[in-house]
Write a protein that binds this ligand. Structure first.
Ligand code: 5GP
Length: 190
């Protein structure tokens, strides 16, 4: 018997969260991934309603004021948030709900829903992280420098997460993530 759960996945930009979440959706069929809203502009190839819902500042502010977001944070000068209603519906429905959000958001979620499971994805090293960000080719040098600074802050909080997975070998990290999600989903509740 599986129960609905909330999993928060954080880690520096370039740690490979997106790839691991895609693998998790494939490996664990009752996974449901929340789609965030953001005031960031779409990158080349991003489509509204797929990676994010891209909102104006005032649309985002309306959601904040109507308590429509479970959490929200400012990252790299843009705001990002998790729509509350769909997340609550999917947990109640018995799904394994995944939020891929930054560390500020993760701790807001833990405050509001203490049963949430917090997972930190670590890159093998800062040098590997920077090489991955450069290889992605979607950020300017200035943006990469800002993301590396943000990465150091994020890494300093990794011990506050329930588990840490080093994304060195993708296959190993993906298996460990699926095993953790399945273990929580099948846990007997007292
Ligand atoms: P990116 O601009 O690379 O898509 O995302 C930048 C950062 O914002 C990443 O660390 C990502 O996990 C985080 N993020 C994405 N959506 C949300 C959200 O809804 N809430 C919070 N707090 N962070 C988010």
């Amino acid at each position: 018997m599986r129960h609905g759960n909330l999993f928060v996945i954080s880690g520096p930009s370039g740690a490979g969260k997106g790839t691991l979440v895609a693998r998790l959706m494939h490996d664990v069929p009752d996974t449901w991934v929340s789609r965030s809203v953001t005031t960031r502009l779409p990158r080349a190839g991003e489509v509204d309603g797929v990676q994010y819902r891209f909102l104006s500042d005032s649309e985002f502010q309306d959601l904040v004021e109507s308590d429509g977001l479970l959490e929200w944070a400012t990252y790299g000068g843009n705001r990002y948030g998790t729509p509350r209603a769909t997340v609550e519906e999917h947990i109640a429905n018995g799904d394994q709900v995944i939020l891929e959000i930054d560390v500020q958001g993760a701790f807001q979620v833990r405050e509001k829903l203490p049963s949430a499971h917090l997972i930190f994805i670590e890159p093998p090293s800062l040098a590997v992280l920077e090489a991955r960000l450069r290889g992605r080719g979607t950020e300017t040098d200035e943006q990469i420098a800002a993301r590396m600074e943000a990465a150091k802050v994020e890494l300093s909080r990794k011990m506050e997460y329930d588990i840490r997975l080093v994304n060195d070998d993708l296959e190993e990290a993906a298996c460990a993530l699926a095993a953790y999600v399945n273990e929580q989903a099948e846990k007997i509740r007292g």
